[in-house]
Design a protein around this ligand. Structure first.
Ligand code: GLY
Ligand code: MN
Length: 463
């Protein structure tokens, strides 16, 4: 947890951005896994963490925009809780830790909100993503659960996105810690990527590293020799010499700030020449993004520029043909990279995705491009100093997609289908780093960059 002044300042800035009414920020409750008392590891709501800092279930925060008063609602523990969980601080002590003066039992939240509603005051809340909070909002506000999401406050969403998008120095420190755990995870994967090892063993090993240094993984580990399946959670295969292993994994620091890295490495430690050629094209895309990402350019522009690097590289390998600019404008490259270059990252690995991607990654100026591949770009808008984003180009050979496009004659003026056919057993490559936008450019996050060039990876794996 940060110092109370950080949370006070964030709430103050939120108040400055809002017109009037009450802001309600719900924390999360425990989530049962297979019976009530056997819960998933607790994960606090990220906006609650951002404004109220407390990483424990059963709380809600209210900010009165008109009076400026702030309230924390939650229940003090009883003797039964003390017997099972040990002594716990009082709610008023927890409130003081994050600079909140007023606290009350959770049941008082309903009274507070009903009084405000009776006075005709607006209650601003964020879109809930857990059913518990959907039902809680139905109870508290009298809005049918089917409409709760729709009535979330756009004014509040936009204010929260504006604040959370620009990371403070203390947040960069926490993200750096998460990145350093990510380094440990990916280098452990490299050390263990040997023929005969089961994918699940490495997936579990690196999940354990995340848990041992921090809080947990920032999303379920993606690790597979079938890297062409973008989010592959099947870890059932034994590693085979000559294949590539794609690992997309990150950690949450104890503070819940995230990292998210991808490395694609050769089982046994040596790339084949064909793997090397494609790998270097993807690496050139990754490097291009870091070279041109800076305050004032849109990430949509950066995405389209790296797509040109991809198309040029694949043209050099005779997998694509024709004019590169025209191929990218037409969307032909998306056969190989059907996803976007990256996303915001912070307290969520896809930061603030619960608030609506369109508000996080886009604005009135930059709108999504409705074309296969580029339409999956989560972050398109103009970059500002303090943004943390991922740089994750990829190149995949997806047999079913290749077959479909070939049958339909898709972009045949730009695609060498006969050669592409011979890559159907290739798999996929993605290379992902986390970057911070700084004055005039961007920089990698993490104290050390995980081995990324062919030479660095082969040297590391051979050591
Ligand atoms: N690294 C997983 C994702 O960005 O979706
Ligand atoms: Mn990512």
């Amino acid at each position: 947890m940060f110092d109370a002044s950080i949370y006070k300042n964030r709430r103050l800035r939120l108040k400055e951005k809002m017109q009037n009414g009450l802001v309600l920020i719900l924390g999360n409750g425990e989530a049962p896994a297979n019976y009530t008392d056997n819960t998933y590891k607790f994960r606090q709501d990220s906006s609650f963490l951002y404004f109220f800092g407390l990483n424990m279930p059963g709380f809600a925060g209210v900010i009165d925009i008109d009076s400026g008063e702030e309230y924390l609602f939650g229940n003090d523990v009883d003797m039964d809780d003390i017997i099972w969980m040990g002594p716990q601080p009082l709610v008023k002590e927890l409130a003081a830790r994050v600079g909140v003066v007023h606290s009350a039992p959770f049941a008082q939240l309903a009274v507070c909100l009903k009084t405000a509603i009776a006075q005709g005051r607006r209650i601003h809340y964020l879109p809930p993503y857990r059913y518990r909070n959907v039902l809680l909002l139905e109870d508290l506000l009298g809005i049918h659960s089917a409409f709760v999401k729709e009535y979330a406050s756009l004014e509040l969403i936009q204010a929260v996105v504006a604040l959370r998008s620009v990371k403070e120095a203390c947040e960069i420190e926490e993200i750096t810690k998460a990145c350093n755990i990510g380094y440990e995870m990916h280098t452990a994967a490299m050390r263990n990527c040997k023929p005969g090892v089961k994918e699940q063993y490495i997936a579990g090993l690196i999940e354990g590293i995340a848990a041992s240094y921090g809080s947990m993984v920032s999303f379920p580990v993606i690790l597979s020799q079938h890297g062409e399946t973008l989010h592959n959670h099947d870890h059932s295969q034994l590693l085979q010499e000559g294949r590539l292993m794609l690992t997309d994994a990150g950690a949450e620091a104890e503070s819940n700030y995230c990292s998210d890295f991808t490395r694609t490495i050769p089982v046994g430690g040596k790339f084949t020449s064909r793997q090397k050629e494609v790998y270097n094209v993807v690496l050139a895309c990754n490097n291009k993004a870091i070279e041109i990402a800076k305050p004032g350019v849109t990430y949509q522009y950066v995405h389209l520029e790296i797509c040109k690097v991809l198309a040029q590289g694949l043209k050099d390998l005779e997998l694509m043909k024709g004019n590169v600019e025209e191929a990218v404008a037409a969307g032909a490259h998306a056969l190989f990279m059907p996803h976007g270059l990256g996303h915001m990252m912070g307290l969520d690995v896809h930061d603030m995705e619960d608030l609506g991607q369109i508000y996080v990654g886009y604005d009135d100026e930059t709108r999504p491009i409705n074309q296969f591949g580029t339409s999956s770009l989560r972050m398109g808008r103009r970059l500002q100093e303090g943004f943390v984003i991922t740089d994750e180009p990829g190149c995949y050979f997806i047999p079913a997609l290749i077959d479909q496009w070939r049958e339909q004659g898709m972009h045949k003026e730009f695609l060498n289908y006969d050669k592409i056919e011979t890559f159907k057993d290739f798999g996929g490559i993605r290379i992902e780093d986390d970057i911070l936008i700084i004055p005039g450019g961007s920089r990698f996050l993490g104290d050390k960059r995980t081995p990324v060039t062919v030479e660095e990876i082969e040297t590391f794996m051979g050591a």
